[in-house]
Structure formats: C-alpha cells, structure tokens
Design a protein around this ligand. Structure first.
Ligand SMILES: NC(=O)C1=CN([C@@H]2O[C@H](COP(=O)(O)OP(=O)(O)OC[C@H]3O[C@@H](n4cnc5c(N)ncnc54)[C@H](OP(=O)(O)O)[C@@H]3O)[C@@H](O)[C@H]2O)C=CC1
Ligand SMILES: CC(C)=CCC[C@@H](C)[C@H]1CC=C2C3=C(CC[C@@]21C)[C@@]1(C)CC[C@H](O)C(C)(C)[C@@H]1CC3
Length: 434
C-alpha cells in the first residue's frame, strides 16, 4: 500500500501541455521528417539547387509527392544496413572503450544515475578510421554518405520511430520513474515528449547515449563526406568556405563530446523524458539538417577570401568563447567548484544561483554563444539563398522556446527566489534587447 502511494507520488499525472498540446506534438512529429526531406529535395542539384526564396520550395517538391517511384526512392537497403552497422559500432565502442563512471545529478527519487564517459574516445576512434581511410584510399572512398544521403536519413528516421515507440511502450512496465512533463495520458503527446525519464537497459542509458554518440558523431561523418565530394569534384583542395564550415562544426562536435559530463546538468537529461522528439532530434535532425550548409557548398563552391574568412572566424570564436565559458562556469558551479570566485545567491531550494560572470550578463549566456556560432556556420554560404540560413532561424526559435520552458521550470523549482534572480539578471538571452 505504502509502496503504491510512493510511486503515485513520484509520478503524478502531468496537468498542463507544452508545444501546444497533442496537436502541436503531432504537427512536430510529422514536420521534422518532412522538413528534413524538403530541405534535401528542395535544395539539391537534381532540383536545380537551393531556390532564391522560400516560397519557391513548395512547387519544386509538390510534383514528387504524387509519384510512387519518388516514395520508393526514399528507401535504400544498402544505406540502411550501413546505418545499422554504424549504430552497432557506437554501442560496441560504448562497452569496449575504457571510460570513467561518473554520477549524474540527483533525480527526484533521491538517487543518482551512473554514466560511462567515453563519447570522446568513440569520436576519436571514428575520426581515426575515417581519416585513415581517406588518407589511404583518397577522398572518393568517403563520398558514399553523400551518394546515399536519402537512404541514410530514412534509416535514421526508422531508428527514431523504433526507439520512440519502444521507450513509450516499455514505460508502462515495471516501476519506472516518469518525466514530470510526459505523463498526461494522451498517447500522441506522451510518445512525442517522452514518458519515461531515463529509459535504460541495465546500466546502459538510452537517452544520453543517443544525445551524444550515433547522431552527433554521424553529423561529423556527413560533413566529412560532403567535403570529400567537393574535393573529388574540384580535383584539388576544398574551398575556404567548406574548410571553415567543416572546422567549426567538427570543433563544436568535439567540444560537446569532450565535455560529456556537462550534459548531465542540461534540461534534456535532468527534466525531459526520452520520446520521439529527442530520438528524431538526435538521430535524424542533427546529422542531416545541421549539415545543410556543407551540402550546399558541395555544388556552390564559394571562395570567401581572407577578409571574409577573418570576419567569420571572429564571429565563430566570439560565440565559442561565450558558449564554452558560460557552460564551464555553470558546470563547475553545479559540481561544487567556483574557480573564478563568482558571486551567487542562496535559495530556499538549497541550490545556489550564479549572479556574476556570464550568468550575471543574461539568464542564458550559453544560448547567446551558440547562436553566434550558428550564424558563423551559415555566413560562408554567402547570400544567394536564404535556405542555408535555415539553421540560424530554426535555432533562434528553438532556443527562445527552450528558454521559456526552462524559465517556467525554474519558477516552479525556485519560486520567489527565481523572481529575485530575474530582477538581478534582467535579460534572458540578448543583453539590453531580450
Ligand atoms: N546545438 C543544438 O541544437 C542545441 C544546443 N543546446 C545547448 O546545450 C546547452 C545546454 O542547454 P540547456 O539544457 O537548455 O540549458 P542550460 O545548460 O542553460 O541549463 C539550464 C539550467 O541551468 C540552471 N541554472 C539556470 N540559471 C542558473 C544560474 N544563474 N546559476 C546556476 N545554474 C543556473 C537551472 O537548473 P538548476 O538550477 O536546477 O541546476 C536551469 O534549469 C546550451 O549550451 C545550449 O546552447 C541546446 C539545445 C540544442
Ligand atoms: C526539431 C527537433 C525535433 C528538435 C529536438 C531538439 C534536439 C535537436 C536538441 C535538443 C538538445 C540538443 C542538444 C544538442 C544537440 C541538439 C539537441 C539534441 C547538443 C548535443 C549539441 C552539442 C552541444 O555541445 C551540447 C552537448 C551542449 C548539446 C546538448 C543539447
């Protein structure tokens, strides 16, 4: 009796909806795969390149939708098998490569999960194999991702649907700790947002594994394949624009993997469940949409010259500096360290809030840095089409929405202390603007 009561207390019914409720969740569930394919088919060489305006994207696409052969072309057995092999490689690397086990933050049943830290070594191994292959057999040996792009994307989508469904269905069995936002009882919404907080198989944590390994590292491989395709076409070196996009994105990926423990204080890990939203975001959206700029540069071989290169480098490294130091300050602080002696305020909840350093400038300085980097990744594509700026636009919407969700959670967690904090640190993301 008392066990049942404790479980019900721990997993209360979710009262409100985010993302405009089940209809919004259904819309995003369909829109994410549709947009991924639309950006490919509407912005590829076969359709005449990226259109100069967004409204011309739809006519390019609509003729394909009524063609059964087009639907069949989405499936590619060879690419699906290669994708499965890639996923299996990541799982094997997780188990085989050495790594420290660290504790995550305390979850609401009072426990802390243990996580194996070897995402960066998985990345180094993948890069070693990839660059070894390119060095030994030439750039043409690594263009297969570019050639089978659609097939790989479909395989990643199938994997996301499978994992989203599996995690939703298994969340009903046993004594699972559910995400506070994912237990509404509406299957469409809960499938999308994620019902179980930390689906795992033994010590293997499904959510953090997917967030950092098969999708994020695949993004690096997709970019490298696109750069190889450009090199093969040119018969020489890649353009300066492609080199910058490749360098910036590989740096961003390596940074996320090197700082693996920092994700255990992000809201995906501490608050959100693992549902279709994160599965498709991690496995499909990140590798196949975030690489759009590099894909554009395969056929539009923009040469920036030294002045533009310098400008883009400054924008990227300003963003990177803000992003890294802000995330570092918070991560150190949440792990009981304060090497810069930053000011902070005590709260009734017990956890302190930083009020100086980057977290005194605005309430989400890490988002500000991330957005500057997003701009730097699109600038090398020039200004012929707005479509290569899709990432900047989408990311601005994602981070503003994410900031609103996080503030709502913080208001619940900290109550009056949060209001005190927002008076001390007035701006949300953009100092003096928002
Ligand atoms: N490339 C991409 O597609 C994406 C990248 N990101 C990046 O991921 C990173 C993590 O983002 P996210 O999880 O959204 O948010 P944060 O890492 O900013 O974490 C938010 C949490 O930090 C804590 N916090 C807030 N204010 C303070 C303060 N003043 N002092 C100490 N702790 C504070 C609160 O949790 P508590 O107090 O409970 O510890 C809050 O819930 C960011 O750098 C973001 O840019 C995010 C989404 C997509
Ligand atoms: C459109 C859609 C379905 C969106 C879902 C959102 C996801 C794409 C993002 C949610 C949080 C993310 C993070 C990263 C990638 C994008 C997703 C999965 C991240 C792994 C990128 C690298 C960073 O260094 C990071 C580790 C801080 C970051 C964590 C959050």
């Amino acid at each position: 009796m008392s066990v049942a009561k404790t479980k019900a207390d721990l997993n209360p019914r979710t009262q409100g909806y985010e993302f405009l409720g089940p209809l919004g969740a259904l819309f995003i569930t369909l829109a994410v795969p549709a947009t991924t394919y639309a950006l490919y088919f509407g912005c590829s060489e076969s359709s005449g390149g990226c259109p100069p305006a967004l409204d011309t994207l739809w006519p390019t696409l609509s003729s394909s939708l009524s063609d059964p052969e087009w639907w069949q072309s989405l499936w590619d057995t060879k690419a699906s098998l290669m994708y499965l092999a890639w996923y299996a490689f990541c799982v094997v690397a997780y188990f085989v490569l050495p790594g420290d086990w660290i504790e995550g933050t305390q979850i609401r049943d009072g426990t802390r999960k243990m996580y194996k830290i070897n995402a960066f070594s998985t990345f180094l191994l993948s890069m070693g194999i990839t660059f070894g292959l390119i060095w030994r057999f030439g750039a043409q040996s690594f263009t297969f991702i570019y050639e089978h792009w659609v097939g790989f994307a479909t395989a990643a989508l199938a994997m996301s649907i499978f994992q989203g469904l599996a995690c939703y269905l298994t969340s009903f069995h046993g004594d699972k700790l559910l995400a506070l936002g994912g237990n509404t009882g509406n299957p469409i919404y809960d499938f999308f947002i994620g019902r179980e907080l930390n689906p795992s198989i033994g010590l293997f944590d499904v959510k953090s594994f997917n967030e950092l390994r098969p999708g994020l590292i695949l993004w690096a491989l997709v970019d490298i394949s696109l750069a190889c395709e450009q090199a093969v076409r040119r018969g020489s070196n890649i353009t300066d624009s492609m080199a910058l996009v490749l360098f910036f994105q590989l740096l961003y990926i390596a940074d996320g993997l090197y700082n693996e423990p920092a994700i255990f204080t992000t809201m995906d890990i501490t608050t959100d469940g693992f549902g279709f939203m994160l599965a498709v975001g991690d496995l499909l959206w990140v590798p196949f949409v975030y690489s759009l700029q590099a894909r554009y540069l395969v056929s539009h071989q923009v040469e920036l010259g030294p002045v533009w290169c310098a400008i883009v480098l400054v924008v990227n490294f300003t963003g990177y500096y803000i992003f890294r130091s802000a995330n570092g300050e918070k991560n150190d602080f949440r792990n009981g360290k304060n090497p810069k002696n930053l000011r902070y305020m005590d709260t009734a909840r017990g956890t302190k809030l930083l009020t100086s350093g980057w977290w005194g400038v605005c309430r989400h300085p890490n988002y500000l840095g991330d957005l500057l980097m997003a701009l730097a990744w699109s600038l090398p594509t020039g200004f012929e089409t707005p479509i290569t700026y899709f990432y900047v636009a989408y990311f601005t919407v994602l981070l503003i929405h994410r900031e609103l969700r996080d503030e709502e959670n913080c208001e619940k967690k900290y109550g009056a202390d949060w209001h005190k904090y927002t008076k001390l640190v007035k701006y949300r993301i953009f100092p003096y603007i928002y």
